[in-house]
Design a protein around this ligand. Structure first.
Ligand code: F6R
Length: 234
């Protein structure tokens, strides 16, 4: 299997390793980075902010954005990226889907077209407890491109920790599709905490199934996984 798993129990060591992988990508000439948000990425972006990585000649594309949150809302993914990374480490150009677009379906198409013109050298991924990647929820076809998605109750509950209550969590998002993500040249997935065990086990040793979106990565030729979860046989 092409997936390389590194189990690193100490989180600061794990995040230092993730930071080094990105620094090596830059040194090897990667120019186009797919980025993720979420709690998993916070320590990584903190490390990157104080690193000597220079993204000023690079382009970034984020995986996803909520629909209907103002860009200035502190939990929009644009705000997340500005506050956690871009203000300290600007890219030449950074793209996110526009969750405030009047026609979100057209916006998803526009974002996909942009991604078809720009191969991602590197894609960073977290994973949801239900196995989602980006906001591709269970049942999303592996052939999907960037699209508008209805978030599941489980994802909204998991993300409610960033809002005052679950009622404030948007119900829709725009996300890169599974086939969009699979076009990236190389993928780094970070999964931290016992809650991610089931998703990770499915990725490492489960059957490939659209019911657990992360399992699509078994078909990708260049995936690295960093986790603190002790897995049988790894
Ligand atoms: C974020 C994203 C999501 C998260 C996933 C895990 O851009 O696409 O797939 O990576 O929901 O979120 P955390 O890291 O908060 O557990």
């Amino acid at each position: 299997m092409a997936i390389k798993v590194e189990v690193i129990e100490d989180l600061s060591t794990l995040y230092r390793r993730a930071t080094r992988i990105i620094a090596e990508q830059l040194a090897d000439g990667a120019k186009t980075f797919g980025l993720a948000t979420g709690g998993t990425m916070l320590p990584l972006y903190e490390n990157l902010r104080s690193s000597n990585c220079d993204f000023s000649q690079c382009t970034s594309f984020n995986l996803d954005e909520y629909v209907g949150l103002e860009k200035e809302h502190p939990e929009s993914y644009l705000s997340f990226m500005n506050n956690r990374l871009f203000h300290a480490k600007p890219f030449k150009q950074s793209y996110l889907p526009d969750g405030e677009a009047e026609d979100v379906q057209a916006e998803a198409k526009r974002y996909e077209a942009l991604l078809q013109k720009n191969t991602l050298d590197f894609q960073l991924l977290g994973v949801g407890e239900n196995g989602h990647i980006g906001f591709n929820e269970p049942g999303t076809p592996f052939s999907s491109e960037t699209h508008v998605v209805m978030l599941t109750e489980s994802t909204r509950r998991a993300n409610a920790r960033f809002f005052n209550s679950i009622h404030e969590v948007p119900k829709l998002a725009i996300t890169m599709g599974i086939s969009t993500i699979m076009r990236a040249q190389c993928i780094l997935l970070i999964a931290v905490g016992e809650k991610k065990r089931a998703a990770l086990e499915a990725l490492i040793s489960g059957e490939i199934s659209e019911q657990i979106p992360v399992t699509c990565l078994q078909k990708h030729p260049n995936v690295k996984v960093l986790t603190d979860i002790q897995l049988k046989g790894v």
